[in-house]
Ligand binder design. Sequence first.
Ligand code: GDP
Length: 195
Amino acid sequence: MKVTSSEIVISAVKPEQYPDLDLPEIALAGRSNVGKSSFINKLLNRKNLARTSSKPGKTQTLNFYIINEVLHFVDVPGYGYAKVSKSERDAWGKMIETYFTKRRQLCAAVLLVDLRHAPSKDDVMMYEFLKHHDIPTIVVATKADKIPKGKWQKHMKVVRETLDKDPNDPLICFSSETGQGKVEAWSAIEHYTNL
Ligand code: GDP
């Protein structure tokens, strides 16, 4: 998709705050620091729309972006940050459970993992949660530029096997530094949103 406009619509914590528009929606999830903001910025050709390396522990909100007036991205707050309190973790869980189970407009999720390492226990839990709710999931393995191209296939295999990935879910090798995988990511998003 050729992105001609993108802006943040709202930071929401509850359904009454979700945008009341009937646009296809893609939710983006991943552990803190995986490169989710960088992925969003790269896809939208923006330097700093989604805030990179925002401090964990700040208010956790679902950030809705509107793209070309036809599509929503929903930035789900990152998980797996050790210093988060139990009550914050519980609130996060409740918020994402509500969103993923109730949002009619949701077409697919993008789950970001780090290509350099096997997916964490939290990554596996997140993927299993999405599969449990029958949400098509585009798995994006980030920071590909940090390992040599010759090792990509080996690392992709670890990602696939650790997640026990459904063969129907695409796995995309991505770098926000080089733009590797950007076209593929957009194709997958267009596929699930019928755009
Ligand atoms: P978020 O917490 O998931 O939103 O992660 P950010 O997008 O803020 O990225 C975390 C850190 O990883 C930042 O220092 C980014 O510059 C870096 N980063 C993100 N994506 C990539 C990538 O594809 N390649 C490299 N080399 N660094 C990346």
